[in-house]
Design a binder for this molecule. Structure first.
Ligand SMILES: O=P(O)(O)OC[C@H]1O[C@H](OP(=O)(O)OP(=O)(O)O)[C@H](O)[C@@H]1O
Ligand SMILES: O=c1cc[nH]c(=O)[nH]1
Ligand SMILES: [Mg+2]
Length: 212
């Protein structure tokens, strides 16, 4: 297991913009997608290549193509959808396995309400996407589900992660790699990440209740 906090200047700049509580929904969505692209680039650095040949303009050209396991992108609904287009813009042929998990805001327990996984998960590499890793309950439930279906190679992309949640995921699933734009300070007493982004799902879908 490794946790990769991506310190690229573009990532740090964009996550900084997202922290502004007054940022409009359109800009928040666009930034979530843009950071997802940058995280995907980092998380696929070591993908295997194989030699191939194409007909070039001046004759045959020896080149490379992706080899090895096919990818399934696994957005955790709802908020994970906000990163999906970004990931698919770099891996356009990936199959999508949607998992619906909602955190009970009183107990902070994760409850699964949807599971639409692609087949052959034992032959695929899964890229779970969810903007927020807070207590870790949601991510653990998602990884449990994928492993139960035979998936053995799992990477996770998050925008913001809490140290407490990372610790919990590491202790339950030490073989997973997490790529995050920021490891924040802590969780507050309601299980929200500080400083975090607030409720990422609400900000992506425009359902945030504004205080007057
Ligand atoms: O690490 P945890 O403590 O489990 O919390 C993180 C989860 O909470 C948020 O989803 P939420 O339950 O708010 O659902 P939503 O995407 O529908 O807003 C977030 O997108 C994660 O999935
Ligand atoms: O800070 C948090 C924690 C859980 N879910 C969110 O959307 N934000
Ligand atoms: Mg939410």
């Amino acid at each position: 297991m490794a946790v990769h906090e991506i310190k690229h200047p573009l990532v740090q700049h964009k996550i900084g913009l997202m922290r502004n509580v007054d940022l409009d929904t359109k800009s928040f969505r666009e930034l979530a997608e843009e950071i997802a692209i940058l995280l995907t680039y980092e998380a696929t650095r070591d993908c295997l290549l194989e030699d191939c040949e194409v007909s070039g303009w001046c004759g045959p050209v020896s080149t490379k193509k992706l080899a090895g396991k096919k990818v399934t992108v696994v957005p955790i609904l709802r908020a994970g959808i906000g990163m999906l287009n970004g990931v698919l813009s770099l891996i356009p042929s990936a199959k999508v396995s949607a998992i619906g998990i909602a955190r009970n805001e009183e107990t902070l327990e994760a409850a699964t309400y949807l599971k639409k996984l692609v087949g052959d998960l034992d032959q695929r590499f899964a890229l779970i996407i969810d903007p927020m890793l807070a207590t870790g309950g949601t991510l653990i439930a998602a990884i449990d589900m994928l492993k139960a279906m035979g998936c053995r190679e799992i990477r996770v992309l998050t925008l913001v992660s809490a140290p407490e949640g990372i610790e919990r995921v590491i202790s339950k699933h030490p073989d997973i790699d997490i790529f995050t734009a920021s490891i924040d300070e802590k969780l507050n007493e309601h299980g929200y990440i500080i400083p975090g982004l607030g409720d990422a799902g609400d900000r992506i879908f425009g359902t945030r209740q504004k205080e007057d």
